[in-house]
Design a protein around this ligand. Sequence first.
Ligand SMILES: [Zn+2]
Length: 283
Amino acid sequence: MVESARRAPGVTVGRGTWVLRAVLCWAGLAGGFAVGVWEGPARGQEDRKGPGRRPQRLALTPEQELELGRQAYRKALQEAGREVLPPDSPEAKRVRRITDRIIKAAQIEPLQREINLRVKDYRFEWEVNVLRDDRRANALCLPGGKMLVYTGILQVARSDDQLATVLSHEMAHALAHHASERVARGKADGVAVLRNKAYDRQQEAEADHIGVFLMTFAGYDPGEAVHFWERMGQAGRDKGRLPEILSDHPSDAQRIRALAKWVPAARAGKKAYDKGRIAPARR
Ligand SMILES: [Zn+2]
């Protein structure tokens, strides 16, 4: 999620984003992280690098990350009340079917190495609920793996491949500890920075990159990520009501180009993995 480059008047800015922003502000203000920035479990230069293969400073321990996500999730579900769809509703079943496949993909060790995920000492408590709100085309994955999906996005994402595009991207933010990184940066720049935007462009690009690989390894067509964001970009250029997800994810030509570049790499990786050409993890 990132600030909007073209936030149109009258468009609801993501409450999902707001929830996370509130959580981050709360986390910063609570002073729980005054103990210093957590550099991650490993001390090797390589291991300090995040999925973008850049040094990544994190503020939260794995436990803090998990707890932050749990609390925000509980609060969001409480607020949503009866808008939370029952788990056996067709919408919830569809979303769960797709997230289950992506969760499995995220556990593939050769893929974790390929996209440089730092998840070894982390526990993800994946859980997803669908909230009835047809006007909100958005989804959110909190630190630690708790997810909220609004029914509006089910209409905007026209196929399972397109919905997998959105869900993989959101899950990638959690897998890459982007919220923890924002808190770490907030310490340097002041908590106020967290109020301005949730994720920055670099993190968004990483989530796109990770997301394309995740959805591919989950058996979805990564070409649909390009189609989906192209369509969203077009919707942004047209007049009228914008899908909410665009307020966090401006879909410009640079973004589409990057996505399109990763598609063949993700397909080739999946093909190699299916043929057993990617070595299993060293133990
Ligand atoms: Zn994002």
